[in-house]
Structures are given as C-alpha cells and as structure tokens.
Design a protein around this ligand. Structure first.
Ligand code: AMP
Ligand code: MG
Length: 600
C-alpha cells in the first residue's frame, strides 16, 4: 500500500493534469473523459440495467420458437405481397396534421403529418443491403432485394398497402439554443413491421423528399452521408452499441447540390436513400416541442404511448409513471454515452432532436471514431467551439436530459418535479459506473480494486501524451502476452503499444497493470486475451476508411462499401481482407487532413 502511495506521488508530479486530486474525489473523467460534478443517489436509480445491444438477440435463433404461429420453415417472406407493414396503430393513437398538402409550415396539435415520399426522377441502383436486418428483423428472404418491387419500396417509389407515410413533428435544442420546430424534413416513416418474435420495428426512409418540416432544405440526402450512415449504424450494432439499423442503401442519378464545406464551392452530388429501422424514432425533441407550445394533453398522450409501447417494465397506470420513465431514460442515456466512449465514438451533433427517447444512437451525421486518443477530439468541422467534442459527450447527455426533464414538467406535480431533479443528479454516478465497467472489461480486469479508476485514468493520460491510437492500444493489450509485456518485448506488430511505450512512465504503468492482473482470480493469460479481444475491436469505422469507400462509390464502385460492411460485421475477429486493406494498420497520413461537416 505504502509503495503504491509513493508511486502515486511520483505520477501525480509527472502528470500535468491534476489527476491525483481528481482521483481522490473520484472524478477521473474531469480531464480525460468529460466534466461533471457528482450528484446524490436517489431512490430512482435502482432502475434496471438496459440490455447490452439493440440487437434483438432472440432473432439469432433460427429454430427459436416464437409462439406467434409463424411457420418455422416459411418464416422468411420472398414476396412483398405477403409482407405486412402498417401505420394503423400510429394513426389511431395520435391526431394527424389536418392539412394534407405538402408545403413548409408551422404545424400544431399533432405528432405526424401524412406526406408521400417523392421518388427520384432517374433510375435507382441498390448499393447495399443488410442481410441481417432484412432477414432477422424484417423476416424477408434476402433474395427479395434483387426484385424491382423491393427497390421501388426502399426508394420511396411505391407505397405498400397498409402503409401511410408519416413525417414526424419534433423540435430541439441545437448547440444549446432552442431551435423551434424541426421535424422530419427529409424522412418518411413508412409504418411498423411486427416480426415473428412480436418485436415492432419502425421503417423510415431518409432522403425521400420534401415535407412540411423541410424548412430551407431540399428533402434529399447525398451518397457520401448515406454511405456513412448505412455503414456506421450497422458497425455500432456489431460493436454491441444500441443504435438504429440500416436495411438498404440506394443511389440515384438525381442531382443534389451541396456546399460541403460551406465555402461557396457548390457541387453536384447524387441523391441517395437509406431505409432505416428502429424500435422508435421518437426523440427528446418530440416531447420538447409539445411542452414548448403548451400542448400538454398531447404530450401526455405521447409519453403514455411511449411507455406502453417501449417501457414494459413501467406500470403505465402508476402515478409515478413519468418519473419512472425519466429515470429509465437517464439510466439508458448514461449507458449509451459510456458505451460510445468505450469505443472512442463521437456522435458529432448531440442536439436534443438527435437524442433518441429509447437511448439508441440515431441520426448519423458528422460522427467520428477518434484515431489517436484525444479528449478534445471534435469530429464535426462545423462545430467551431467543440461543444460536441468527445470528452464533453457525457456532459452534453446531462444537458439534454435536463431539457427532457423540463419537457416532462407539465406532467409532474411540484413534488415530482423536485424528484426529477434528484434523478438527474444521479446521472454522473450512473455514467461513471458504466464507464468503469466498460474500461475494466477493456483491460480484462475482474472484481473490484480501489485503484482501478486510477489505473484506467493513468493509461488514458499516457495515451493522450503519446497520441497513441485509442482502438489499437487496447487491442494490442488484448493480443500481447503478459510475458511479452513483462520483458518489454513489443514488436512492430503492436505498433500502437510501441507508440505508447515511448512514454517514460509506460513501464511503470505496465507494472501496475501486471500486478492488477495477478489479482484476477481464476484467470489465465490465454483466457484474459480471449476475453479482451471480445471487448476491444480490431476494426472500427474510421473516417479515412469511410472516405476511401465514398470516393470509390462516387465513381460507381461499391466494392469498398461491401468490404467495410463485411469487416465491420465482425469487428472483434481478425480478417484477412481487412488486414490487407490496412484496416488495423496505422491510419494513413492523409487521415489527419480529413474534414467532415454537417453537410449531408
Ligand atoms: P440533422 O442535422 O440531419 O439531424 O437535421 C436537423 C434538421 O434539419 C432535421 O429537422 C432534418 O429533417 C432537417 N434537414 C436536414 N437536412 C435536410 C434537407 N436536406 N432537407 C430538409 N430538411 C433537412
Ligand atoms: Mg437529426
């Protein structure tokens, strides 16, 4: 104990940040991860831990019995004619915008406006499909994706019977300011599909034309941003992170004009559409707009609907239902952001209209996975102030939850309003618990040790100082043996660790780490490495990979989209083609020059 104290003093002197002080009060993320003040625990924090992934694990049992009467043999439909998409429940549950015409306007007293998608004028090409979404979530045989009827469906050219395309009215706080009405300006909710497991999936086209919420926009999405959304949402899913899914991506020859870097250089790009799938597309901003415009009864209706549909653990008739709901969203959001942090993912535009009420990742725009470790990493070049830098995401989560809390206030009595504030005060602790869980798993640590937070913060600080690659440092620690670490035998194969090893305190950290690993009970080095390899991906969707695939896609070569899709489906497994493509190598020098803006 005394030795560790001495070591800590040396480290404290060495670290420029006031790390020791932070550790004493348990604020390890203050410099490295985010910035909080700790809150008190409340009775509501006992809310259950959310499931680890948006992957509906029941889907992966081909022979799984579903009790719904579907034939096991014919479970996949090979014709759209026998497939049922319905908007009925949504239409029955909420008043619809009484104006049926499609022009930009302020909309009131409704949740949805019924609007048809606008088909492309030119021929449409299917770029990519997610076999897993199509087959496992939507019960369709993937062979259907070769048919004209499927292409028409996923490009908004035909609307299936039972589907009434809806555009959702929502608002939001954008970059800290109330932005008023936003809404689906280029997305159409085609309806709900209830699959053989009884799971309901909402299907939404993105890039499918103008709506009453389009404001100054053209209702379209370009190929580059659609490739990014398609690949990244699927990538996050396979990293085990709650997210919307992507079923398909189509591209047209319709011209869409974009000033990508807002510098007057307007280019002709191609319009594309992603068919996105989520259990719900409601956002924090869905509630905010109703609270802001004083539509309290509609707000109540929406929240009760959401509770009944998506929060079965909450008693929808209880007087505390709104508090229970808020508590669950606080828990789930803290979990989501900690999970993002564990893979170095920055969403890029954490506005309240981009925060899902089910705490799944939605609305992929100028996101980024950081290459070298940097808490100030800002993926969006339009975000001048770095509001949504990776190290601020946890804070922004709390800011957004506070906006959600305020939106719920009209439904709460004064005592409940105070309790809601208390619930939110528990958020930093919830976040820290999850963050620690993820990072302990990344380091292969079992059980609890009082110095675990220190060990993790210390490593992150070394990574920050050496600009070591975030993903590959953890991956290489998962692959290297303890013996190699002990004798400091780090070959070129472990290039990220070599970078880290340049830090004069590296061997000191390694010693602490190896000591800690010895405290793992019932463990072996082989078991540790297997475990850590399933917690630390070898492949993430780096910006340079996206850029490389997009450049080819813009010349009608979709081979790299497909390679990335295949690679990111198994991010924890070493794959030959991915290795040859350099996906686990040091990022190319040009990766540092890449810029991603809000333009999409
Ligand atoms: P986003 O930054 O994609 O989350 O979008 C913010 C808001 O702008 C949402 O209401 C979108 O529907 C809307 N929006 C973004 N791009 C377009 C576009 N090209 N046309 C119409 N609305 C858009
Ligand atoms: Mg959005």
């Amino acid at each position: 104990m005394k030795r560790i104290k001495v070591q800590r003093t040396i480290v404290a002197k060495m670290l420029k940040h006031n790390l020791m002080k932070m550790l004493v009060v348990g604020l390890i993320w203050e410099s490295t991860i985010g910035h909080f003040s700790r809150g008190e625990k409340t009775e509501f924090e006992s809310a259950s831990v959310p499931e680890c992934s948006s992957v509906d694990s029941s889907h992966y049992s081909v022979n799984g019995d579903d009790n719904l009467g579907y034939s096991k043999i014919n479970r996949k439909k090979s014709s759209m004619d026998v497939w049922n998409l319905t908007s009925q429940k949504l239409l029955e549950s909420f008043p619809l915008d009484p104006i049926g015409e499609n022009y930009v306007r302020q909309v009131r007293d409704c949740i949805f406006s019924a609007v048809q998608p606008t088909p492309f004028k030119s021929a449409v090409k299917l770029v990519a499909v997610s076999k897993e979404v199509v087959e496992d979530l939507l019960d369709l045989d993937v062979s259907i994706t070769d048919t004209k009827e499927f292409i028409q469906f996923v490009s908004g050219a035909s609307v299936l019977p039972g589907s009434v395309p809806l555009t959702h009215r929502y608002g939001g706080h954008q970059f800290g300011v109330w932005a008023g009405q936003l809404g689906d300006g280029r997305a159409h909710l085609l309806g709900v599909y209830v699959n053989r497991h009884g799971t309901r999936w909402e299907l939404q086209l993105k890039g499918s034309g103008k709506t009453p919420y389009s404001r100054d926009g053209d209702g379209r999405a370009v190929l580059r941003s659609s490739v990014r959304e398609f690949l990244c949402s699927e990538a996050l899913n396979y990293l085990g992170i709650p997210t919307s899914r992507a079923a398909s991506l189509v591209v047209s020859n319709d011209v869409v004009k974009r000033d990508q870097f807002y510098n007057g250089d307007v280019k002709n790009e191609k319009g594309a559409i992603v068919l996105r799938v989520a259990k719900s597309w409601f956002r924090f901003g869905s509630l905010e707009i109703l609270a802001q415009s004083g539509e309290t009864e509609l707000l109540r209706k929406l929240v009760v609907f959401v509770i009944k549909q998506h929060f079965p653990m909450i008693n929808a008739t209880s007087s505390n239902r709104y508090l229970d709901f808020f508590s669950q969203v606080v828990t789930d959001t803290s979990y989501l952001i900690a999970h993002w942090m564990s893979v170095g993912f920055a969403h890029g535009v954490c506005n309240t209209d981009n925060f899902s009420i089910l705490s799944v990742t939605i609305d992929y725009g100028p996101f980024g996975f950081m290459d070298f470790y940097d808490p100030n990493f800002v993926p969006n070049t339009s975000d001048d102030e770095g509001r949504y830098k990776i190290g601020n995401q946890a804070n922004v989560g709390r800011y957004n939850l506070d906006k959600l809390r305020k939106a719920l206030n009209p439904l709460l009595d004064p005592k409940q309003q105070l309790l809601a504030e208390q619930i939110l005060k528990g958020y930093p602790d919830l976040y820290q618990i999850k963050f620690m869980e993820f990072f302990k798993a990344k380091l292969g640590l079992f059980g609890h040790d009082n110095n675990d937070d220190y060990l993790i913060a210390y490593l992150l600080k070394l990574m920050e100082d050496t600009r070591a690659d975030f993903t590959m440092t953890f991956r290489h620690l998962s692959e290297i043996t303890q013996q190699q670490l002990e004798v400091n035998s780090i070959s070129e194969e472990y290039w990220a660790l070599q970078d880290l090893a340049r830090h004069q305190k590296f061997s000191h950290w390694v010693n602490l780490y190896l000591l800690r690993l010895k405290r793992n009970t019932m463990d072996s080095d082989e078991a540790r490495r297997i475990r850590m390899k399933s917690a630390n991906p070898r492949y993430i969707f780096r910006n340079w990979m996206a850029e490389s695939a997009i450049k080819k896609s813009e010349k009608n070569d979709f081979s790299e989209v497909h390679l990335l899709q295949k690679t990111l489906h198994h991010p924890f497994n070493k794959q030959r083609e991915a290795e040859e493509a350099g996906y686990s190598s040091r990022p190319p020098p040009w990766a540092r020059e890449l810029r991603v803006s809000c333009s999409s």
